[in-house]
Design a protein. Structure first.
Length: 118
């Protein structure tokens, strides 16, 4: 049962990522007018290859163990957290009671940084 639930969450996350608007998939350098654009999937692949982030499957497994719900969106972003630049997975999910939650996860360590209502 746990494996089926995890697979459903992973599928939902992948579908949400695939359906994300193209404008949200570009790096801020393109929006700043530099003409250099890198898509999130390129940045994520590079970060994974460099060992800067853990695979999304591992992150989702950890989140599923700690925060029950259906994953509806996943983003990987570079953020400043407590004065440090980190890769952070922002995971939105619908809790069993219907609340929309946002889970922030350190993409390098898989540590859940915060869980809050979105």
């Amino acid at each position: 049962m746990h494996t089926q639930s995890f697979r459903r969450r992973l599928l939902a996350a992948l579908v949400a990522f695939a359906l994300a608007p193209a404008s949200s998939l570009t790096d801020s350098r393109e929006q700043a007018g530099t003409g250099v654009a890198r898509h999130d999937h390129d940045r994520a692949r590079h970060a994974l290859q460099q060992g800067e982030v853990q695979p999304i499957a591992e992150i989702l497994r950890r989140v599923a163990d700690a925060v029950p719900g259906e994953v509806i969106e996943v983003e990987l972003e570079r953020e400043t957290w407590l004065g440090k630049r980190l890769w952070v997975y922002e995971i939105k999910l619908i809790a069993p009671d219907g609340r929309l939650l946002e889970v922030l996860v350190d993409a390098t360590t898989a540590e859940i940084l915060t869980v809050g209502e979105d």
